[in-house]
Design a protein around this ligand. Structure first.
Ligand SMILES: [Zn+2]
Length: 273
């Protein structure tokens, strides 16, 4: 499943090819993905210029003068930039053509989304899918103080509080495990018991882990424009994630795996207290 780093790498990959370009046609090859495609999307977008390519959490936001196209990659979605005459393959459900070039979305499992939010319906930040999202983890309004203040009454384990996404977005299962390892915090610790100095370590860890993933993804996934380019999700090396039974890279203790709210958590009982 694409996590925030993959979505940000996708944003950076497609932005130089589509920002400032005018939509010449929209092609839909299915009735929809997770939700039906917007009615009359071709009429809505044809002739309009993509002013900005933004992101909020795992939602890509293509800003037009009259609204925002919201794209979510779901479980298995990919975006690529291709010459318009390349024949669509299986699961290529959505095309945004800009003259001789096309932004094409492939989504085998169809859990992704393509939605239109007209400016007439208000700020896109107030969209049902976006308004409940926490702050962006790589921006200035994310802080240890915010984590501390927002968790004074949260008795749930810190791992699950991070995954909830209402304080900070984009710290998915992989990055929650990795950040908590780097911060030396046991994932089972109730969030309200964690001190401000320990949240400072966690804030730093989250920033470092996500930034490193984006950098690594950017270097391995530069091929958004290649017809047969590798546009999959990037492989990374982890301290704890998916390393059950293997020795901790810091202390040698065997990495443990537990279930927290249906999700697997990986941690070192010696390094994380
Ligand atoms: Zn360890």
């Amino acid at each position: 499943m694409p996590e925030l780093p993959e979505v940000e790498v996708t944003r950076r990959g497609v932005e130089p090819h589509i920002q400032g370009r005018k939509v010449s046609a929209v092609t839909l090859r299915h009735t929809g993905l997770r939700w039906p495609f917007p009615a009359d999307l071709d009429t809505t977008l044809r002739g309009h210029v993509i002013r900005n390519v933004g992101r909020r959490g795992k939602y890509l936001l293509l800003k037009f003068d009259h609204g925002t196209l919201i794209i979510h990659l779901g479980m298995s979605g990919h975006l690529r930039i291709l010459p318009a005459d390349i024949v669509a393959q299986k699961h290529d459900h959505f095309d945004l053509a800009m003259g001789q070039q096309v932004l094409r979305m492939n989504d085998p499992r169809r859990f992704g989304a393509v939605l239109w939010h007209a400016d007439a319906d208000g700020d896109v930040e107030n969209h049902l899918l976006i308004r409940g999202l926490g702050v962006e983890p790589l921006e200035d309004d994310f802080s240890a103080k915010l984590l501390y203040q927002m968790t004074r009454n949260r008795h749930a384990p810190i791992k699950q509080v991070l995954l909830a996404g209402d304080i900070v977005v984009g710290v998915g299962n992989i990055y929650a495990s990795e950040s908590l390892f780097r911060a030396g915090i046991n994932p089972k610790t109730p969030a309200y018991k964690i001190s401000l100095p320990r949240y400072k370590k966690l804030e730093n860890a989250i920033r470092v882990v996500l930034a490193a993933a984006i950098e690594q993804g950017g270097s391995t996934l530069r091929d958004f424009i290649a017809v047969n380019g590798q546009s999959g999700y990037f492989q990374q090396t982890y301290f704890v994630y998916d390393r059950t039974g293997q020795p901790c890279k810091v202390c040698g203790t065997t990495i443990r795996q537990i279930k927290q709210g249906q999700r697997s958590t990986f941690y070192c009982t010696n390094c994380q207290k």
